[in-house]
Write a protein that binds this ligand. Structure first.
Ligand SMILES: NC(=O)c1ccc[n+]([C@@H]2O[C@H](COP(=O)([O-])OP(=O)(O)OC[C@H]3O[C@@H](n4cnc5c(N)ncnc54)[C@H](OP(=O)(O)O)[C@@H]3O)[C@@H](O)[C@H]2O)c1
Length: 320
């Protein structure tokens, strides 16, 4: 099997950050990529969270364009319906369903999963895309810090609840949309809820994206027996309303360099559409990337175990 390691040029782009994460990196790398075969995902089913805008909408459109039947899981179905209508303009025969799910609310996740399993027997692709960057410490309905709830707890619970449908697929893929921001953050196993220290939304965001990457190998092991692969990835710097709202200065400065949502969606679509990839790895621009560049972010297996046990307890799942 092909080992998806970066070339020297590709790795150098990654280390420069600005070149690699911007539209420049995407342009350079994507020149070598073959197009997806038409209807590559015909007959497959996908679920994308936070699919009403930005990268999530582009992922849903890309998967639908390859023939998949796609559920847009959104917290506001009016916005979801608008997104579905826009996708249908680009992909007239798109098979789309819009469902309400607030992934930060664990009760809502359980209700959504029960509804979904009542309608759908098999799920081939589950893309945990929904993301937030709060301006001040905010708690979910169950009292968890919002980045933790949205990026970690909700996705873990949803994956586990939908695992029977994922296990019925020939080779199901679960994708966690992380961020390059996680490179700056270590795990904080004693402060996963960010209850101590000055709260910064960007730090909370990056810590929770680090948790996604740290959990990916354990999730891959956990689901290996059911034939479910788990990947984390980062999309690069993408021009979305989320970035414009949460990071207005960065958005204004970097805008000419930002990728389009379709560029940011590419690796998720590629992961979902490519069989035989190794599970449990961190990806960017269709290549496995290092999980750490800085010594200070490296975690111990005991820290990852504590994170796993914490998540199991917080979600009420017997995944320990
Ligand atoms: N853009 C970038 O440069 C970049 C870089 C690295 C990683 N990412 C990641 O990529 C993903 C998409 O980001 P984006 O830039 O496309 O952001 P975006 O335009 O703000 O989209 C985020 C989506 O998530 C949804 N969402 C937020 N909380 C939710 C919840 N509790 N339940 C369900 N849906 C929820 C939002 O729904 P509403 O419309 O209801 O708010 C929205 O549809 C995020 O995970 C983000 O962290 C983005």
């Amino acid at each position: 099997m092909t080992v998806h390691r970066p070339t020297h040029l590709d790795a150098t782009l990654d280390r420069t950050v600005v070149l690699g994460y911007s539209r420049i990196g995407f342009r350079v790398r994507s020149r070598a990529w073959p197009p997806f075969p038409p209807q590559a995902l015909k007959g497959r089913t996908a679920l994308v969270t936070g699919a009403n805008s930005g990268i999530g909408k582009a992922i849903a459109a890309g998967l639908a364009g390859l023939g998949a039947s796609v559920t847009l899981a959104v917290r506001n179905t009016s916005r979801g319906d608008v997104a579905a209508a826009e996708i249908t303009v680009a992909v007239p025969d798109a098979a789309l369903q819009v469902e309400r799910c607030d992934v930060a609310d664990l009760v809502d996740v359980r209700e959504f999963a029960a509804r979904f399993l009542g309608k759908t027997d098999r799920l081939d692709m589950l893309v945990h895309n929904a993301g937030v960057m709060p301006t001040s410490r905010t708690e979910s309905t169950q009292g968890h810090e919002l980045c933790l709830a949205t990026h970690v707890l909700g996705p873990l619970l949803l994956t586990e609840l939908l695992s029977p449908a994922l296990a019925r697929a020939a080779a199901a893929q679960v994708i966690l949309m992380s961020s390059g921001g996680m490179y700056a953050q270590a795990l904080h196993p004693n402060n996963l809820e960010y209850r101590t220290g000055d709260y910064h939304g960007a730090t909370a965001y990056a810590r929770s994206k680090r948790m996604q990457v740290a959990l990916t190998p354990a999730l891959a092991d956990h689901y290996a027996g059911e034939g479910i692969s788990v990947h984390s990835m980062h999309p690069g710097w993408v021009d979305t309303s989320g970035v414009a709202t949460s990071l207005p200065k960065f958005h204004a400065l970097a805008r000419p360099l930002l990728r389009s949502p379709a560029d940011g969606a590419d690796t998720a679509i590629w992961l979902a559409a490519t069989d035989g990839l190794p599970s449990g790895r961190f990806w960017h621009d269709r290549r496995i990337r290092p999980e750490h560049y800085l010594r200070r972010t490296r975690d111990r297996s005991a820290d990852r175990d504590r994170l796993w046990q914490f998540c199991a307890a917080a979600t009420g799942l017997a995944i320990g």
